[in-house]
Design a protein around this ligand. Structure first.
Ligand code: 48H
Length: 257
């Protein structure tokens, strides 16, 4: 056994992953449920999908269930997505399903990676590449660099489409709107801010507002609420799954354009 072989095995394979990401079909920023679902559907169809996740573990807000109680709820309408990702669930009352949050998060991550989604953890999207009124890629850095505020310059990946799947933060759209004199496809032309809890309305709006917010830039999941002024819904996750599924369809069209 040689330590240098262990090192080579890691570094060579990481570099191959980076090379695959240079020219992605789609870069999804944020490895929460909506991003993982969108990526998983697209990778199954053969698209080159990169997910950037700033934390150590993808899964976003799934792990904590509701207030740290480790289950989440899915409504009937989204049960098909759970099945597509082989996530077990238990029926609850008339129209709900209960899912163990640890099984849910790890199951989505495992299924997405099995399908070929190229996930980079500890990697943050800090800016976008914009050319001629269109988003054409992402500017990325190591999360620890950002966390420690070190003066280390980022690198870039190109993509036919970029997704803000960063949840409540809407980190990508927020930075893009702040840095550039742009009009977003929202009623005010700017991010509108998330509203208080109203689960039923929120769940519908998350899907309706899954769309292209600027040429080449899409929003899904909880970031749609922050961008389009939607309500929050608490620990019911069907809207996130359906948003990811809808997004996959939109991105397929975008990649063919
Ligand atoms: C790289 C980043 C960056 C960045 C953030 O929050 P998420 O789970 O996102 P969704 O929208 O798929 O799911 C939302 C859901 O978890 C939730 O919060 C619900 C249902 N809330 C309801 C309520 O009422 O509160 O995941 C987003 C991921 C996280 O893992 C972040 O670490 C990551 O994005 N992230 N990754 N670069 N700039 N910003």
């Amino acid at each position: 056994m040689r330590e240098i072989d262990i090192t080579r095995g890691i570094v060579e394979n990481h570099v191959k992953s980076l090379e695959k990401a240079y020219e992605s079909d789609v870069v999804i920023v944020g490895g929460g449920p909506s991003g993982l679902v969108a990526g998983g559907y697209l990778a199954k169809k053969g698209y080159n999908i990169t997910i950037l996740e700033k934390r150590l573990a993808p899964g976003g807000g799934i792990w904590g269930g509701g207030m740290g109680y480790k289950f989440v709820i899915i409504q009937d309408e989204a049960k098909g997505v759970l099945d597509d990702f082989n996530i077990p669930s238990t029926p609850y009352k008339d129209s709900y399903h209960v899912v163990d949050s640890i099984t849910f998060a790890s199951g989505l991550i495992f299924e997405a990676t099995k399908r070929g989604v190229n996930i980079f953890n500890l990697t943050v999207c800090e800016d976008l590449l914009v050319r001629d009124g269109r988003v054409v890629g992402v500017v990325v850095n190591n999360s620890l660099t950002q966390l420690n505020q070190l003066p280390v310059d980022p690198i870039t990946f190109e993509a036919k489409a970029v997704v803000d799947a960063t949840g409540h933060d809407h980190d990508v759209v927020r930075v893009f709107s702040r840095k550039n004199d742009v009009t977003l496809n929202t009623p005010t032309g700017k991010p509108m801010g998330e509203r208080s809890m109203f689960a039923e309305t929120a769940e519908k709006a998350v899907v309706t507002n899954t769309k292209e917010v600027y040429p080449g830039l899409f929003v899904c999941g909880m970031s749609t609420a922050a961008v389009y002024g939607g309500f929050r819904m608490g620990p019911i996750f069907g809207g996130m799954l359906l948003s990811g599924k809808k997004l996959a369809g939109l991105l397929e069209d975008a990649c063919k354009r």
